[in-house]
Structures are given as C-alpha cells and as structure tokens.
Write a protein that binds this ligand. Sequence first.
Ligand SMILES: Nc1ncnc2c1ncn2[C@@H]1O[C@H](COP(=O)(O)OP(=O)(O)OP(=O)(O)O)[C@@H](O)[C@H]1O
Ligand SMILES: [Mg+2]
Length: 280
Amino acid sequence: MPLVEADNLVKSYPVRGGGPPKRVVDDVSFRIERGQTLGIVGESGSGKSTVARLLLRLIEPDSGAIRLDGQDLLTLSSRELRHVRQRMQIVFQDPYAALNPRMRVEEIVGEPLVIYRKELQRVPQVSNLSPEIVRARNSSAMAQQARILEALRTVGLDASALPRYPHEFSGGQRQRINLARALILHPELVVLDEPTSALDVSVSAQIMRLLRDLQRELHLTYIFITHSMPLVRYMADNILVLRQGRMVEQGGWQQICEHPHSEYTRVLLAATPELPSVVS
Ligand SMILES: Nc1ncnc2c1ncn2[C@@H]1O[C@H](COP(=O)(O)OP(=O)(O)OP(=O)(O)O)[C@@H](O)[C@H]1O
Ligand SMILES: [Mg+2]
C-alpha cells in the first residue's frame, strides 16, 4: 500500500471583486510509495504549496480524498488528526522566517516533543499510537534533552547550538535547525517546500545532499517542491508537473526529464540551468 494517496483534490478560493471561485488546485491525484520522493514542479502560483497544505490538512479541500497508510485523513476528528500529524512534517522555504527569533535552538527543536507530550497526556486512551509517541509521552526531561541532541546531530549540528538563538546561525544552519525540528518526532512523510530556494548554490547543495542521506538512513518519504527541474531530477523518483492548479504530466524522473510529453515541461526544462557539479 502506498504511504500517501491523493485522489482528485480540488481547492478553490473566492476571487476579489466577485465571480466564480478560482480553482487553484484542480483535480490533482498522486501516489507515493514509502521511502520514495515525489517531486512537484511548476511555476510560481501553480498550486504547489496549496497541494502540500491540503495534504497535511492545514487547509481543507473542496473535494477529493487523502489517505495516509490507507487511513482517510479527511474524516478524522481534530483529535485523531493531531495524532496523525506527527507522522507528517513540513519544512518551508524561508529558514529566516520559519524560526521564532526569541526562542533558543533547544526550545525550537524540542517544541514539537513538548506539544505532543502534553497532548498525549491529556488523552491517555488513543489507539494506534506509534512506539515513537509512546516513548515521547513517557520520556523524562533528560530523555527529551537527549532527543533534541539526537535530532541536531542527525542534521550535522551539535550541542553547542542548544543555547543559541536563530540569528546566530547562517541560512544553511537555520535550515538544518528547521529540519531537526521536523525530524524530532520521527515522521514518515516530510514535505519539503522549496527548502533550498533561499540559500546560495553551494549551501543549497549541502542541504540537498543531507536530505538525500537522511532519506536513506531514516527511510523517509518526501514530497519535494521546487521550481527547478535539475533539483527535482536530483531528488525525485517520480515527478508531478503542475500548471495553474492542473496536472500537466506525471511519471518517473527519467521519463519527465528526458522524454517529457508536454510542451510545458520542455519549457520548464529549458528554463533552468544545469545543476552545479557540487551537487551531483
Ligand atoms: N489563502 C488564499 N486565498 C486566495 N488565494 C490563494 C490563497 N492561497 C493561495 N492562493 C492562490 O493560489 C494559487 C496557488 O498558490 P500556491 O502558493 O499554491 O502556488 P505555488 O506553486 O506554491 O507558488 P510559489 O512557487 O510562488 O510558492 C496562487 O494563485 C495564489 O495566489
Ligand atoms: Mg509555494
């Protein structure tokens, strides 16, 4: 069974000044197998982030179905949803905006643990809790500290980061902190929404390599969102091309990058330069 199944997702927003609502996601469907990466590419405004938000149920679709591991996400109660959410995390584009400047790294990375522990202590009887969550619920403050440190080490940072504030870090390091925060609850699915587009080329390359290593080590499933065909080629097993909310084409990376069916995909391929050798 695929980890993620999305069927015929539709999302529209009202148009300023009236008129029929605009479909910003229009009949989008895909499957993602465990441990694989689905790349979503398309120009600015094509609906990539909206698909990601729908999937994590940060926003509600007008229609369609989303299943995680066979479980229908759209019919979950808000309580059930909170428990499923720890299995799915998102990393945003801008590592500067994403981190609370008044929190220390230790608090930033540990916050999901604290939130879930509180949540779980309020609700003692929950079915299908993952072992991770049971452990998080029962963990002492010291165990929590160890989890924070483990998450930081996973992304190539160490204990010296714990007492520091986001402004003391470079863009690449901040994105590592975001990643540590996303990974601390041991999610299965990580949505990467243009995770390197705010970084310069060589830093971006390091983060891309880290993401690939982490995927292999932790058996993560990714949705990797980007404007860049070379980046999606580097990361993705399968690629979905979006244009104005609609699927242009979908297929294996090689097929999409080397034998695209659609003129639009060919234009995207021609528009982005090759990756610098530092990545490949
Ligand atoms: N809350 C909202 N209300 C109204 N329109 C919205 C809302 N969120 C997104 N949109 C519109 O939906 C369309 C798709 O937006 P989305 O952010 O998904 O695009 P994107 O592909 O992620 O673009 P980018 O590459 O710039 O991040 C855009 O036209 C955007 O203006
Ligand atoms: Mg976006």
